[in-house]
Structure formats: C-alpha cells, structure tokens
Design a binder for this molecule. Structure first.
Ligand SMILES: Cc1cc2nc3c(=O)[nH]c(=O)nc-3n(C[C@H](O)[C@H](O)[C@H](O)COP(=O)(O)OP(=O)(O)OC[C@H]3O[C@@H](n4cnc5c(N)ncnc54)[C@H](O)[C@@H]3O)c2cc1C
Length: 530
C-alpha cells in the first residue's frame, strides 16, 4: 500500500530518507490486505452502542464496540501512529513525525473513523507539555504502543488514549462562550467541573483535555476517565451522536456534575493551552483527507483499468484519462503539502519551520479538507453505479469526506485563522514567501500566482470577506511550489495550468495537458499489485 503510492513514497524519501519508507512497508502491506478491509467494513457496519448501566443498575457509561474496532485500534497503536513520535523526537529522531504521518495515511485505508482517537492521542502531548508533572504522568502511556482498553487509572495501564472536550451546545468555534464551570477544590490545582460538553468523541478514552470557566477565565483541564482509586470519574454520557459518517467511532454528549479535573496551564489561558492540541489535530485532518483522496482514487483508477465500455478499457478513453489524471494531480498536491507539514513538525526547533507550520496548517486544513468531498464524489462516479453501493467502500468515504473540514475549526474559522496569523505574526508571511520562493523561476504561472496572491494580500489585508479567497490562493501556491520543485514535470505542469490559472472552476477532468502527459499522470495513479 505504501510503495504503490508513488507521491507519498517520494515525499517521505525527500523529507525523511528511504529507510523510513522501508520501515513502513509492513504497515502498508497490512493495511492493504482483504482482512484489514473487512475489519474496516465490519467496524462501520456494527456501530458502537452506549451501555449506560450494568445489570444491577450501576452507572457505567461504557461504549461497546465491535471486535473489528479493537482490531483496528490495536494495530494503529501498535504501529505507533498515536503519540509515539513525540517521545521518539525527544530521543533524537529527526523524522518521527514524517514517519508517523505517512503511516497514518497508509493505515487510514483500512477505515478512516478510528483515526479520531488516534489523532487526539497524538495531539494531546504538545498541550500536556505546558505542565511538566502532568506531561510526565500521561505521556509515557499515550506514547506506548500497547492498546489497553478499559477503565483503569493510568498507573495500571500499558497504554492510554486521549480525547478533547471543547464544544458546547451554544458553540464550538467560539469556545470563549463556554459555560461549563470549574470550581476550585481545597487541593491546589484541582477542580470540579459542572456543565456539559455537546461533542466529545471517543468517550472511552482514558483522559480528556477539557475547557471550562474557572474564576480566572477559560481554562484547560486534564480530566481522567478513572480516578486514582480506580473508580469512575463523573463523565456521564447522555447520548451517542447519530452522525452522517464516521460511524465506527463514538461521539458523545456529556454531562459533568462534580467531575474531577486538574488544571493544565494557568487560569484564563485555556485557549492558549489547548491550541497546541488543536494545531496537531489539524495536521491529521490534512493527512486524513489526503488519505481519503488516495484511497478513493485507487478504487477509481483500478476500476477504470479493468472495466470495458464502448469497445475498450475505460482507462483508454481520453476523457476518463483526463478525470483520473486530474484527481491524481489533486492527490499529489495534497500529499506533497501534508508531508511537508509533518516535516515542519520534525524540524520545529528551526524558526522558519515553526513559522511555516503556523501559517501552512490552517491554509492546508482549509484547502485540502474543503476540496475532499468533491474529489470523493468524482472518484465514486468513476465506478458508475457500483461506486454508489456500499460494497465498493466508497459511500463510507463519501460520508466521511466533509468531516475533516467541519471539526477542529471549520472552513471559515481556518481561513480567519490565516488572517489572524498574518496580522499578528509577521514572520509567518516571510516563511510563506521563502517557501514558495524556492520554486521561483521554475514555472512562470506559479511566479505570477505568487505575485497575484501578494497583491491580493495587499488589497484585502485583514478583510474577513476575502479570507477564503486568500487562504485558497496561498495554499495553492504552496502546493504548486512543492510540485514544481519535486514532482514529475507533467504533474507540476498540469497543476500550474489548472489550479493556478485565473479561469479554473474546480471541475475535475478539465486538464489541457497533452495526451502523453495525461497518460503519464494516469500511470502514477494506477495501483500496482506487488
Ligand atoms: C463527528 C464530530 C465529532 C466531534 N468531536 C468533537 C470532540 O471530540 N471534541 C470537541 O470539542 N468537539 C468535537 N466536535 C465539534 C466540532 O469541533 C465543532 O462542531 C466545530 O468546531 C464547529 O463548531 P459548531 O458546531 O459549534 O459550529 P459553529 O461554531 O456554530 O459554526 C457554524 C458555522 O459558522 C462558521 N463560523 C463560525 N464563526 C465564524 C465567523 N466569525 N465568521 C464566519 N463564519 C464563522 C463555522 O466555520 C461553521 O461553518 C465534533 C464534531 C463532529 C461533527
């Protein structure tokens, strides 16, 4: 699975070296098996169920999953796709996040839904680092490659998982409107929470980073599911959401009444503290959406290579070649940007990389996630009626496709975050200019697009109304720059001619490349059976 994704192999090799690709071959091979595919199907077909009470009427608030969910989770954790890279980085690895990003993308082919608890566990660590004691208490278990479900104190677990509770009924984007109250107890740093959370995914995880209003303002808290004495913390699950997609995963509504919580960071600094977790999950939104593109394109390219219509394979029809090539160009652009972002996490001690990550994360989250639903619909259509039927696996991906754009900051919120970063941190624009500048002279259309984008930035400045246009242009320039520098000529040329042109309307299958270039791009899209 990993090695047949040529754009991914090239990106990982570029940023982390060939040995990292070799290291992922087993994971990729396992993700591509019929067994893994079947577990993905079963985990989604047999959805999690809430068990509120045991048979004696004791409150348990457990979520019961199909065994295939646990099969998927055990392997995702076992491959170190959760918080392992943070510890590996501490131990001197310079490519732990790229390795993990590529592994996460490859493993997502099995099922996208269980990526949620895996991502949140990955993302919790940078936020926990605000407090050395709490980081020491939780990070080893979050980074351990043992999947150890069940409600027990972290000291009794071989591995742990993390979640987050920010969103309340009155709003998720504007978390400052949170009403859940945190009351200090006589023990320094300890509080009880009183209120609710309207969305808390993976409620069976071991620990949650939760926002609540303390006397000093909105504050972040560490909320364990089990108390140190082994009893259940008061995290009452009132309901599991009946969601469009992501159905193998459980997303809960919680009531908090006397819930034990430990302060993470200072009172009043809640957003500042949890933003590290949000940023890391945004990376996973980009990885997850890119993987959805890759997976559905694999299915489409394979189908058209083996399906005949009007006297020959669909893949030989010029217009179908244009559609597959166009989807491949989109996937290559998303992959190059996703792995570039992961490399920036590996190199975050470098100021340029840190500034680039700050601006490129909301750009990519906005752009890549926003383009995914249309992409998946187009890939589905390549299979004709069969693509609309559950057996193909494409309806599941179609339902999943909008999600990465909704959570962790919806489209507008990320576009506005780009404006905020540009307004408050001048170094982020310099980082973007430097990054796209590496490709200057490589393609006149890219050079023009960069200049036009800078002009747009000058004209619209901090105008909210133009935020999407600006974010989209900045993201496309970043993608174009990466492709011009590193992708085969025909891929970069097709990208610059379409996405960077002024008349592009987003419809797939409208490339103007030569027939031989289209064929060369299609060849990169077609899965190879080894
Ligand atoms: C399946 C699923 C799982 C989730 N899991 C979790 C979880 O585990 N933990 C958690 O805390 N949350 C979770 N969420 C919640 C999610 O993060 C929020 O739904 C999201 O942040 C948006 O918040 P909201 O739903 O309150 O929408 P709102 O904040 O009401 O936003 C509605 C729309 O308005 C736009 N908007 C907001 N502000 C502005 C503005 N200033 N200008 C222009 N447009 C604006 C938004 O982009 C959005 O499109 C989950 C959501 C889903 C769907």
């Amino acid at each position: 699975m990993v090695t047949s994704d040529r754009a991914l192999v090239e990106a990982v090799t570029r940023h982390a070296g060939a040995s990292v690709v070799d290291d992922l071959v087993e994971l990729g091979g396992q993700a591509g098996t019929a067994e893994a595919r079947e577990h993905g199907r079963l985990a989604n077909r047999h959805e999690p169920e809430l068990a509120t009470y045991d048979r004696y009427g004791n409150r348990i608030d457990e979520v019961v999953f199909h065994p295939s969910w646990h099969w998927l989770m055990e392997r995702a954790v076992g491959h170190g796709l959760q918080a392992a890279p943070w510890e590996q980085q501490e131990e001197g690895s310079t490519a732990a996040h790229v390795r993990r990003a590529a592994g996460f993308m490859a493993w997502s082919h099995t099922d996208p839904a269980h990526g949620c608890p895996i991502s949140m566990t990955y993302a919790a660590v940078p936020a926990l680092r605000v407090d050395e004691t709490l980081a020491k208490e939780w990070t080893p278990a979050l980074a351990a490659t043992a999947y150890d479900p069940g409600i027990r104190p972290v000291s009794q677990k071989r591995g742990a998982l993390a979640g987050m509770g920010m969103t309340e009924k009155q709003g998720g984007s504007d978390v400052r409107a949170n009403v859940t109250e945190a009351r200090p107890t006589p023990v320094e740093g300890e509080y009880t929470l009183h209120g609710h959370k309207w969305f808390t995914s993976a409620p069976m995880n071991d620990v949650f980073l939760v926002l609540a209003q303390a006397p000093g303002g909105l504050t972040c808290f560490v909320v364990p599911r089990a108390l140190p004495d082994g009893t259940r913390n008061l995290l009452d699950i009132t309901r599991l959401k009946d969601k469009l997609g992501n159905r193998a995963n459980a997303s809960a509504e919680l009531e908090l009444e006397g819930t034990h919580a430990v302060r993470l960071g200072d009172e009043g600094r809640g957003v500042r503290t949890i933003i590290e977790m949000v940023a890391a999950t945004r990376l996973d939104c980009v990885l997850g959406s890119t993987a959805l593109m890759r997976h559905t394109l694999n299915e489409a390219a394979w189908h058209v290579a083996h399906r005949s219509a009007f006297g020959g394979p669909l893949l030989d029809k010029p217009l179908m070649q244009n559609v597959i090539a166009d989807l491949q160009v989109e996937t290559e652009a998303a992959t190059a940007l996703a792995i570039r972002l992961a490399a920036a996490v590996d190199a975050s001690a470098d100021p340029h990389e840190a500034a680039l990550r700050r601006i490129a994360l909301p750009l990519a989250k906005f752009w890549v996630c926003k383009r995914t639903p249309g992409f998946v619909a187009e890939a589905l259509e390549c299979l004709g009626g069969n693509g609309y039927v559950e057996d193909s696996g494409l309806p599941l991906r179609y339902r999943e496709a909008p999600l990465n754009s909704v959570w962790e900051g919806s489209g507008n919120v990320n576009a506005l975050d780009v404006l905020r970063a540009l307004g408050r941190e001048p170094e982020v624009l310099s980082a973007w200019i430097t990054e796209v500048g590496h490709a200057r002279g490589g393609d006149a259309r890219l050079d023009r697009a960069i200049d036009d984008t800078l002009e747009l930035l000058g004209e619209s400045g901090e105008a909210e109304v133009a935020a999407r246009r600006l974010a989209g242009r900045m993201a496309a320039c970043l993608q174009g720059a990466l492709l011009v520098r590193f992708a085969p000529h025909e891929v970069a040329d097709a990208f610059c001619a379409s996405r960077l042109g002024t008349t592009y309307d987003g419809t797939y299958g409208t490339l103007t490349s030569s027939a031989s270039d289209l064929r060369a791009i299609v060849e990169r899209a077609t899965p190879v059976v080894s």
